[in-house]
Design a protein around this ligand. Sequence first.
Ligand SMILES: Cc1cc2nc3c(=O)[nH]c(=O)nc-3n(C[C@H](O)[C@H](O)[C@H](O)COP(=O)(O)OP(=O)(O)OC[C@H]3O[C@@H](n4cnc5c(N)ncnc54)[C@H](O)[C@@H]3O)c2cc1C
Length: 621
Amino acid sequence: MALASVCALSGRMLGGCSSLAGPVGSGQDAPGYYPPELTGLRGSAPGSFETAHAVRDGRSWNEARDLGEQYDLVVVGAGISGLAAAHFFRAKAGPDSRILVLDNHDDFGGHARRNEFHQDGQLHLLNGGTLMIDSPRPYSAVADGLLRALGVDVEALIRSTQHPQLYESMGLHPGVFFDRETFGSDQLITGRAGTSWVHWLDQAPLSQTARAQILQIEEGRVVDPMPGLSSAEKKLKLSAISFRDFLRDYIKVEPAVLAFYQARTHDEWGVGIDAVSALDCWGFGIKGFQGMNLEPGEISRMGFTAAGYASTGGSYQLSFPDGNATIARLLVRSLIPGACAGGSVEDLMTARFDYGRLDQYSSPVRLRLNSTAVRARHLGAPSTASEVEVTYVRDARAYRVGAAHCVLACYNMMIPYLCPELPPTQKDALHSLVKTPLVYTSVALRSGRALQALGISEVYAPGCYHSNIFLSPPVTIGAYRSPTSADQPTLIRMLRTPCQPGLTEQQQNRAGRAELLATSFETFERNIRDQLRRTLGPGGLDPATDITAITVNRWPHGYAPEYNPLIDPELPPEQRPHVVGRTRFGRIAIANSDSGGGAYTDVAIDQSHRAVADLLDLTAA
Ligand SMILES: Cc1cc2nc3c(=O)[nH]c(=O)nc-3n(C[C@H](O)[C@H](O)[C@H](O)COP(=O)(O)OP(=O)(O)OC[C@H]3O[C@@H](n4cnc5c(N)ncnc54)[C@H](O)[C@@H]3O)c2cc1C
């Protein structure tokens, strides 16, 4: 069904949908400019990336207009790293520091984006990207300190705002959807009170052998396939093979079992089990290794995610209703207090930003959206220059501003185009950082009755267009209340990773990015409606009347790349590409989670702190 039908269904939604005729444009100070309410194709929406791609393809803008604006710091990228860089710089250099933050998108937050829906007069929130506070290692003193400075006491909020048992108490459990294209027939199996879906595998369209093999894996009864090897030897071996190869060649599972597990790693890595090492899957806690007696702890041939979880068990975990967009919004409110009323994390949930106040002359910190940086160059030799000139393009026109310092908190692979003067080894390192594409789709439903009827809170659908469906996390914070009854309007979140098994992880990421950019909203919508009809239709869902809005958050440049032992050479930490790539260049420092080699909010914060220290150490020298 075409988008127009979505718009026709919902009252307040019409406001959001009507803006879908084209990109929001550059008028962030136009009345009614409020991107979180927009539906349709969001994330890296049309209008946000074309200029950057033109730069990649060799376009330059020599005729930029000099705005005569002079800043202490210009930050490229208004994601959490760029916003945190502005915060740390101001904290060090003083409250009167003049800072400009540029971002190519029509909203701030980078991946940490907020999706707002209004149904039955109530605000409903979902994350458009960055889901939650959760990292492979405990938050550092820097990252935890920033959260505290913003008024986020994570431990206290975990106690007072999260309701992890709610869905179970409503009789809702995780389920699995077997699709006919992959498994022969459409079948949803779910857990029941006190039991997991594995106990209902007899209803799955699988052979007896395949069911027995999945049960063995899930219940930890796999016999050690590498007897006679020490734990260290097994770990080394597991680090050199994919989880798919481990299941096929060591556990000797049937092809249908491989198909069942293929998408098990999509959520965490954005690629399937063919592209993630078996050892990383073990480190992350995926089942199949219980009989092998592997000793706890990381080895050097492990990626950032798995090594962290294997060594520490991970950080604290906290969900805000709009994901970590809350952190981005807290940062912006603290940097530009006039743009949003209130002072606590609780009152921020339902607060509305006045985008017209984000870029005002009277404010020491300014945030300029729809503005793609195309050049950052020293006026003079990088080692002695006292100024960096930053050129950006907005509405097809180029502008120049000056700054004493510059933090590039943008996608690191773009930096060689912004600064062609960088040393070749650094440019090569930056170019090699290929991010993982993925899509978070938010769907507003008239009610949660179909999920209630089927008894599901989330669905793993390994063969489907979206491999996972989740109910929004139940959170009560300030005046915000997640739905607590199936009769209320309900939001679901769906995950799609456009991977292409058979290629290496980097090749899959490039191919997936191209696929995402070539996929129209109509194609996404058709697939979403079809998948929800097949999955939730037996519970009574009619997509034509029950879906009230769809927001496809498309992230062609999604997760920051991390070391993958299957394809990357094992290098000493200081020679890894993200470390070489982040070297300070004169008055230009480099942040973003790419610089930390891990797709996590705390990494983005830590890297912004390091980038600001790089610059201010320079000033002090
Ligand atoms: C779908 C998704 C889910 C995630 N979930 C989690 C999670 O649950 N927990 C977690 O900790 N992490 C998660 N992450 C990782 C997330 O990327 C980090 O947490 C963090 O938000 C990254 O922040 P950043 O500022 O480094 O980069 P980004 O958020 O990517 O921000 C960089 C900004 O710079 C802009 N930019 C790029 N080039 C230019 C240019 N030339 N000019 C102007 N602007 C430019 C970009 O468009 C972007 O807006 C998730 C990532 C994705 C994609």
